[in-house]
Design a protein around this ligand. Structure first.
Ligand SMILES: Nc1ncnc2c1ncn2[C@@H]1O[C@H](COP(=O)(O)OS(=O)(=O)O)[C@@H](OP(=O)(O)O)[C@H]1O
Length: 361
């Protein structure tokens, strides 16, 4: 199953100069040591990090330290998706790593409403404001810092986000997408859009058809009840189709897929892969996470307990009729197979015989 690890060319693991790896025991003994590891060499004064959120992020407006080489920079790692595949949890877990610099994008910048979610949305919604606008959304950082951005809508829209990243952010930008079962993802997206957003305001760059039940929403506009690939509930999950565009600009070795199904049950294994991909010192340990008994989902345990909002994660999914589920599985199968071929990895929601011709299984 983990053919991916055996066959892919090994990525060069080059830990950054001067970054010390702290063991869990060292950190557990002394929370201050963790703060020191994460922020001691940063562009901000460390003593202000006294709440859990400030411990991981650098809110704009914090007092800067006197460190040299601190500048506003563009990110060098971008999580481009996938919406409803645990992209928030992935970000929240990743930013605990001492080598990662992250900040929620401000709600407004220069009088312009940036985002309500902390996601920068520069490359899809705010591109016309220019690259300096984007740069200013990030905290000060130093050369060699791993500066992270996450906007899950980049994966699929608009078409030229990969080109924009390549040309404006840099050709060496590392790209991460967390992918998950596209059928469950579609249901999750349906529940979310119906409840939180769709009827309240129209979101630019998204084409959703939301009807009173899921099955009608994903089939209504097509003849004979076919799956409506034009509906973003479906379209977002056609991962291979979207990622092909990204490979026109970035080699596969620069694009890393996190398996959302594995991440859900064993976040450590996916985070270890990410450490390797990003060339970071090994940091994450099982003790950094715990399973929330209320939601059965993993949360951050270190240095303080932190779970994502129960209201938006772990939503109740409606029962969907078997016929629709079967149709959706049939619809996604060729794209899933293409994903396996591209990334040489069978993902957790797929049948292990996905590459066999139909009829031989
Ligand atoms: N550890 C952990 N914490 C929180 N959420 C988790 C986690 N693992 C998986 N999931 C599933 O992720 C779904 C939300 O995905 P996203 O965070 O990408 O949603 S969003 O696009 O930012 O709205 C959300 O989907 P729903 O179950 O439909 O709410 C979660 O089930």
């Amino acid at each position: 199953l983990w053919k991916y690890e055996l066959d892919r060319p090994k990525l060069v693991h080059k830990p950054q100069d001067k970054v010390r790896t702290y063991t869990h025991n060292e950190i557990a003994k002394n929370r201050t040591m963790y703060i020191q590891a994460k922020f001691g060499n940063s562009c901000y004064k460390t003593q202000v990090y006294d709440t859990w959120w400030q411990t991981f992020t650098l809110p704009p407006g914090l007092k800067r330290s006197n460190q040299s080489d601190c500048q506003k920079r563009l990110p060098n790692v971008i999580i481009i998706g996938v919406k409803k595949c645990a992209s928030d949890a992935l970000r929240d877990f990743l930013i605990v790593h001492p080598s990662i610099v992250y900040s929620h994008a401000p709600k407004t910048y220069n009088g312009i409403k940036v985002t309500g979610s902390g996601e920068a949305h520069f490359l899809d919604r705010h591109y016309d404001h220019g690259i300096d606008f984007y740069r200013n959304l990030f905290p000060y950082s130093k050369p060699g810092d791993t500066l992270l951005e996450k906007t899950p809508q980049y994966l699929n829209f608009p078409d030229d986000v990969p080109k924009r990243i390549y040309e404006d952010v840099g050709p060496h930008t590392k790209i991460i997408a967390i992918v998950c079962d596209p059928v469950t993802r579609a249901i999750s997206d349906y529940v979310f859009e119906k409840k939180h957003r769709f009827y309240k305001y129209l979101v630019p760059n998204m084409i959703y058809t939301i009807r009173s039940n899921f099955s009608d929403s994903v089939t209504e506009n097509s003849r004979q009840g076919n799956i409506d690939a034009g509906n973003d509930l479906i379209n977002v999950g056609i991962y291979a189709y979207h990622l092909v565009r990204w490979t026109e600009y970035f080699p596969l070795s620069q694009i890393h897929l996190v398996d959302g199904g594995v991440f859900r049950n064993d976040p450590l294994s996916e985070l270890r892969r990410l450490e390797t991909f990003l060339g970071l010192p090994v940091f994450f340990r099982n003790e950094h996470f715990f399973r929330n008994p209320d939601t059965n989902m993993f949360c951050v345990a270190f240095p303080e307990h932190r779970c994502l909002s129960k209201e938006k994660k772990g939503q109740h999914h409606p029962d969907v009729d078997v016929k629709t589920i079967d149709r959706l599985r049939e619809f996604y199968r060729p794209y899933d197979r293409q994903l396996v071929e591209m990334f040489d990895r069978i993902f957790s929601w797929m049948d292990t015989d996905i590459l066999l011709p139909r009829g031989r299984h």
